[in-house]
Design a protein around this ligand. Structure first.
Ligand SMILES: Cc1cc2nc3c(=O)[nH]c(=O)nc-3n(C[C@H](O)[C@H](O)[C@H](O)COP(=O)(O)OP(=O)(O)OC[C@H]3O[C@@H](n4cnc5c(N)ncnc54)[C@H](O)[C@@H]3O)c2cc1C
Length: 292
């Protein structure tokens, strides 16, 4: 069976746009959004670029700071998946993490992993320079490691900003191991954290072989969805660990854009609404789920 997302017709899009309106009505006034003005763009590593920008005077910085705050970057480039669809949004939202911040200067740093393709995020990044503005939306503490005495963190390069903020601002147990496919120049020395470097294609598989995995009682993992599925399956099915012992997220999916994933998400919400679930129930089920 093909895993590729089903293309969108105008008729289906009309239904999904109604779902978007329901969501916008529900969250109207509750979603923080600000204009971010780029002040600096510089290489952070060979395959990582840091964009620093300032938020407007009077911004409540508390929602943009903390151990792992992710937000949506409203990229002003229409998604190619929605080409020809009437009423489609003209921006492509992409999730990123606050890599660092300075409350007094009201600045946020965003670390972009460079990857192939003329994708919305890469196109925007190539043009970003001091003075470029963009809207940031929906900041929230994404997720933190579950409580435990022996913690394993699993991260690819896209999850390095999250790991750095968690290590800097969240208490970690004395026995913490980081298994990562990030390049060595992307990660500074992390005090008290044993770090194991592996290749990106083998991240999931290496997790199953890591000696610390068997002994661990808590797991935090973020990265490519296929790799995260291997990690989750091993932890939950092979090792039989509980749901409360895992915090896991598929940050991106090889071969599939974030827009296509969002369309899949909207289809799920539409089907749940049709089946009679309330928005509160759908949100609670999504937050409860450790599925990737
Ligand atoms: C909560 C959260 C926090 C995140 N934080 C960060 C962050 O701080 N820094 C960061 O760099 N990313 C982060 N990501 C991942 C980022 O949102 C995705 O990589 C996103 O898809 C990039 O958008 P795009 O427009 O470049 O590519 P898309 O249009 O979404 O995808 C187009 C193609 O590019 C491929 N692709 C996308 N990302 C990558 C990648 N990293 N490597 C190789 N191929 C890729 C896709 O598989 C697809 O084939 C985060 C994701 C989430 C959910």
């Amino acid at each position: 069976m093909s895993d590729a997302p089903k293309p969108l017709t105008q008729e289906e899009a009309n239904g999904l746009l109604e779902v978007v309106q329901v969501l916008e009505k529900e969250y109207a006034g509750k979603i923080a959004h600000v204009i971010f003005t780029v002040t600096e763009v510089f290489p952070r590593a060979k395959k990582m670029v840091r964009v620093r920008g300032q938020l407007p005077e009077g911004t409540d910085m508390s929602v943009w700071t903390g151990p792992n705050v992710a937000f949506s970057l409203e990229i002003p480039i229409p998604a190619e998946e929605l080409e020809g669809i009437e009423g489609a949004p003209q921006t492509s939202p992409r999730r990123y993490t606050v890599a660092d911040y300075d409350v007094a200067a009201r600045t946020l740093d965003i670390d972009f992993v460079l990857h192939e393709g003329d994708t919305p995020a890469m196109l925007w990044l190539r043009d970003a320079k001091p003075g470029t503005t963009i809207e940031l939306e929906s900041p929230r503490v994404h997720f933190l490691p579950p409580k435990g005495e022996k913690l394993v963190l699993v991260a690819d390069s896209t999850a390095v900003p999250a790991v750095l903020r968690i290590c800097a601002e969240h208490p970690l147990p004395a026995q913490t191991t980081l298994l990562t496919s990030a390049a060595r120049d992307e990660l500074p020395e992390l005090a008290g954290v044993k770090t194991v470097f592996v290749s990106e294609e083998a991240l999931g598989e290496e997790f199953t072989k890591l000696p610390e995995t068997n002994a661990a009682d808590a797991l935090w993992a973020a990265g490519e969805q296929g790799q995260m599925r291997i990690v989750r399956r091993h932890w939950r099915k092979t090792l039989g660990r509980g749901k409360e012992q895992i915090a896991i997220s598929g940050y991106w999916r090889a071969g599939i854009s974030a827009t296509a994933r969002d369309i899949e998400g909207l289809r799920g919400i539409r089907d749940a609404l049709v089946a009679g679930s309330s928005l509160a129930e759908i949100t609670a089920a999504a937050e409860e789920s450790d599925d990737v």
